[in-house]
Design a protein around this ligand. Structure first.
Ligand code: ADP
Ligand code: MG
Length: 266
């Protein structure tokens, strides 16, 4: 939503950020600019450091060296609790609490912050409408809801405090293909209507191209290329990029393939 406020051009800036786990360096110095009010997709093979990057951005991890800025402000251990209230995060596999109802999952943080009941209820209804979550699901526990509905709870929870940025770690990874495709469409619609900065992780190039204004392709912690799907296809910076995007089928290409196979049948 455009509130008329001038936002910082970059929601996140990573400057020479490194991270080592148990003497294995998973992130060599990473420099990355994530633009505001756009959807940026982090993509790359399993284990390349995508989740680590996201955890660093929301301050769940501290970089060994380097700096991370959120809307131009350097993240520190002191300011992160407050800054994090402006970040909505959906962890890999959703991370909703199984022993809490859908409503409680979504409203927990607002209650903790002392929001008045009417304000909480109004926001909950707004979010249920936005994510098309059924009203009769509010009092159910996650196990009594479908996988797609559980993802909608995770999304509502991340959006509850109306954050400046939404970070989603493989939000659709565990869903079957039909539900996944429905939710991809819904997510795109939601991102568009909110106009927020979004950072999303996937390992699916179709999903990256469908949802992302731009894509950041990683390999072993290195940013190999950052750009639109068309830039990755037409001006790859490395043979790895070409290998990675070769499975991409644009909508027109898919149609052409269908036409060819139809023709072949005759
Ligand atoms: P991705 O999300 O791209 O699959 P991750 O960021 O989760 O990758 O992990 C990057 C690498 O760091 C992997 O090799 C993983 O095994 C390792 N790793 C992640 N978290 C930890 C941790 N807490 N301790 C040790 N190694 C870790
Ligand atoms: Mg991951």
């Amino acid at each position: 939503m455009n509130t008329g406020q001038i936002s910082h051009p970059f929601i996140f800036e990573l400057k020479n950020v490194t991270k080592t786990y148990d003497s294995v360096q998973v992130l060599p110095p990473v420099n990355l600019l994530i633009p505001s009010e756009q959807t940026t997709v982090l993509i790359g093979p399993s284990g390349c450091g995508k989740s680590t990057l996201l955890r660093l951005m929301i301050g769940l991890l501290e970089p060994d060296t380097g700096h991370i800025l959120f809307e131009g402000i350097e993240i520190t251990q002191e300011n992160i609790p407050l800054l994090r209230q402006r970040m909505g995060y959906v962890i890999q596999n959703g991370g909703i609490f199984p022993h809490l109802t859908a409503q409680k999952n979504v409203t927990l943080m607002a209650q903790y912050l002392g929001w008045e009941r009417p304000r909480i209820e109004e926001r909950l209804l707004e979010l249920a409408k936005l994510t098309q979550f059924p009203r009769d699901g509010f009092n159910r526990f996650p196990a009594q809801l479908s996988g797609g509905q559980q993802q909608r709870i995770a999304l509502m929870r991340a959006l509850m405090l109306d954050p400046d940025v939404l970070l989603l770690d493989e939000p659709l990874g565990a869903l079957d293909p039909v539900i996944r495709s429905d939710l991809q469409n819904d997510l795109k619609q939601i991102f568009h209507s909110l106009g927020k900065s979004v950072v999303l992780i996937t390992h699916d190039i179709q999903e990256a191209a469908f949802l992302g204004h731009q894509i950041v392709l990683l390999r072993a912690g290195h940013v190999i290329q950052q750009g639109t799907i068309h830039e990755l296809i037409s001006a790859p910076t490395d043979p790895f990029v070409t290998r990675f995007v070769k499975t991409y089928r644009g909508p027109l290409e898919t149609l052409e393939t269908l036409e060819i196979s139809k023709g072949g049948d005759i």
